[in-house]
Design a protein around this ligand. Structure first.
Ligand SMILES: [Zn+2]
Length: 257
């Protein structure tokens, strides 16, 4: 039996108060827990995910580099939601919910009320509801998943933990509004030796697959010890359509694929 690293244990302790739904800080991938097994808890899935990206900050679009990054992330979603990454999730189909391809439905740059230093999960939830009410972003439907990207230097705070200190991104829900938070990977713990874009596609793919299979954390496919589908395989990657994406746990194959 391989011993799991201290950092894995620490991350799990930090998050043990609530369901694991984060990308942890970078750690060498030492293999998935042999006993990992996702079980279905009866909640809804996002069988045909519709991704809408929100770039919330004053720096998005302020430089050609940031514009390129936004365009590249949007193109990543266009291609990845119709790729084998989603096909491989079919083993998690449940009655009435057949996981298939998704779509990229749009994007928005929002500078108003952008956080300067940090933003809590509660603040994100309030803001999301305001954006929907004011029609700043399209109203959520059953399969909508908002991906919110933060400015460089802005950290995310969730459940007493902070991005770049204990995690690199997470997904969550407020009622039937599903979202993922993607802080800018401005630390080695969230770059893991990758370029910014590759780190972002890696962590985004982690949260995408988790939001599809467990949109309300802990109520879809979940493992009480190891967390969600992506947590079991964190920081182990492959290439799909030229993009860096994370491996995901397969119950059928008993490994990360
Ligand atoms: Zn996760």
């Amino acid at each position: 039996m391989k011993k799991r690293s201290k950092r894995v244990t620490r991350t799990r302790e930090l998050l043990s108060r609530e369901c694991i739904r984060v990308v942890p800080l970078h750690q060498p991938f030492i293999g998935a827990a042999a006993e990992a097994n996702l079980t279905y808890r009866g909640g809804s899935l996002l069988p045909n995910v519709e991704v809408f990206t929100i770039f919330w900050g004053k720096l998005w679009g302020a430089s050609s580099g940031s514009t390129d990054l936004m365009n590249n992330l949007n193109q990543f979603f266009r291609e990845i939601v119709v790729s084998p990454l989603l096909d491989q999730l079919a083993e998690y189909n449940v009655a009435g919910e057949t996981i298939g391809h998704g779509s990229f439905i749009g994007t928005k740059v929002i500078a108003a009320n952008a956080p300067a230093r940090s933003v809590t999960d509660l603040a994100i939830q309030k803001q999301l509801k305001k954006w929907i009410k004011s029609r700043t972003i399209p109203k959520n439907k059953a399969n909508t998943l908002y991906f919110i990207y933060l400015d460089p230097g802005v950290s995310s705070v969730m459940g007493g933990s902070r991005s770049c200190q204990s995690y690199c991104g997470y997904h969550n829900n407020v009622g039937s509004v599903y979202y993922a938070i993607m802080p800018y990977p401005g630390c080695s713990g969230c770059l893991g030796g990758l370029e910014v874009f590759d780190a972002l596609t890696g962590t985004s793919s982690h949260e995408l697959c988790e939001a599809i299979t467990d949109p309300v954390p802990g109520s879809g496919w979940y493992d009480d010890v190891n967390g969600e589908i992506g947590d079991i395989c964190a920081w182990s990657f492959k290439q799909i359509a030229g993009y860096t994406v994370q491996l995901e746990w397969s119950n059928q194959q008993r490994k990360c694929v």
